[in-house]
Design a protein around this ligand. Structure first.
Ligand SMILES: [Zn+2]
Length: 327
């Protein structure tokens, strides 16, 4: 049975339910930390950053506009798609984010790309609300450079793993054209299967499930989004056996308790993956999340200056083959 048909059928229901999940998100166990007072990026000042995980969402993608930031507890006051785009680009300039792998509904993404073509790399997005375009259309978009990434692929939220046949032609295309692939792993907000995504399962967030895809597509340039949290052992297992796999640290750098994030990051560094971990904000509808995510890395006292530079820029530059490093 075609899984994408089911996804479309639930669309209206899911949009309505998104409000509920965000409220649950705010009061859930994710509310573990308050952002450090400044959220300023001091030691990294002026050095370039690559954000491997940004979203170009419409302002009401979470169900309505002005949803409060789940950690700060207040909304940004942003009322339109245009305001959200401009505020996000302003934060990117403030923190010298020179490049952001950005995904969302394509009509919104293309507006962002037109506004800041030098900073935005377009990603084709998939989740419970947004389906993938026709494969041949996508091929043309990749070839023209209008899109440069397959992802974020949020298969977990519709009860699928990346190994589902739905994704097979897209993965074949990405492998053929050497397009980076970003796949959501880990968790979602508390109560997700009861609210916005009835088919969501914790099980499908396990990075171990990427293994068959990696075997079938050995040249795929794949990165694990959200660092695979909380599956640290499984993430280490995949990254050990498949040295081409990188990981971004998006969301977990600002939304889970800071101590938990730092212990998780320390574990991955200790396991020897310091050259394959990449910064990501997962900016959704809260532009200030960019600064919060940067602070999550900057405040990790166990990281050397060089390790921070690798996470903020050099590892992503290597993964994206930009052929430059910044010390
Ligand atoms: Zn995600």
């Amino acid at each position: 049975m075609d899984q994408s048909t089911n996804v479309q059928a639930d669309k209206h229901f899911l949009t309505e339910k998104r409000k509920i999940i965000i409220l649950q998100f705010i009061v859930s166990g994710f509310l573990g930390i308050l952002c450090l007072a400044s959220c300023q990026n001091t030691s990294n000042k002026n050095l370039p950053i690559i954000d491997m995980h940004m979203h170009s969402y419409p302002v009401d993608y979470m169900g309505e506009a002005n949803i409060p930031n789940p950690i700060m507890g207040k909304s940004s006051g942003i009322k339109s798609d245009e305001e959200l785009m401009l505020a996000t680009l302003s934060e990117m300039r403030r923190y010298n984010i020179t490049l952001a792998m950005t995904s969302g509904p394509l009509e919104v993404l293309y507006r962002w790309k037109a506004e800041a073509p030098e900073r935005i790399v377009g990603g084709v997005y998939f989740d419970e609300l947004t389906t993938l375009p026709d494969v041949e259309q996508l091929r043309q978009q990749f070839i023209s450079g209008r899109l440069g990434m397959l992802g974020e692929l949020v298969a977990q939220h519709v009860g699928l793993s990346l190994n589902d046949s739905l994704f097979a032609p897209y993965l074949t295309l990405a492998e053929e054209l050497d397009i980076p692939v970003g796949v959501h792993t880990g968790l979602g907000p508390a109560g997700t299967p009861y609210t916005s995504c009835p088919k969501f399962r914790v099980t499908y967030g396990d990075p171990i499930l990427l293994e068959e895809v990696l075997v079938k597509h050995p040249k795929l340039r794949l990165y694990i989004m959200h660092g695979g949290w909380p599956y640290v052992e499984e993430t280490k297992a995949i990254m050990s056996v498949y040295p081409q796999v990188y990981a971004d640290l998006a969301t977990i750098s600002w939304i889970i308790p800071r101590e938990e994030f730092h212990e998780y990051l320390k574990d991955l560094i200790r396991a020897g993956f310091g050259k394959r971990l990449m910064f990501g904000s997962d900016q959704m509808v809260w532009p200030e999340a960019i600064g919060m995510a940067i602070d999550g890395i900057e405040s990790a006292k166990f990281l050397t200056k060089e390790e921070k530079r690798d996470i903020f820029y050099n590892n992503a530059a290597h993964f994206l083959r930009l052929n430059e490093t910044v010390d």
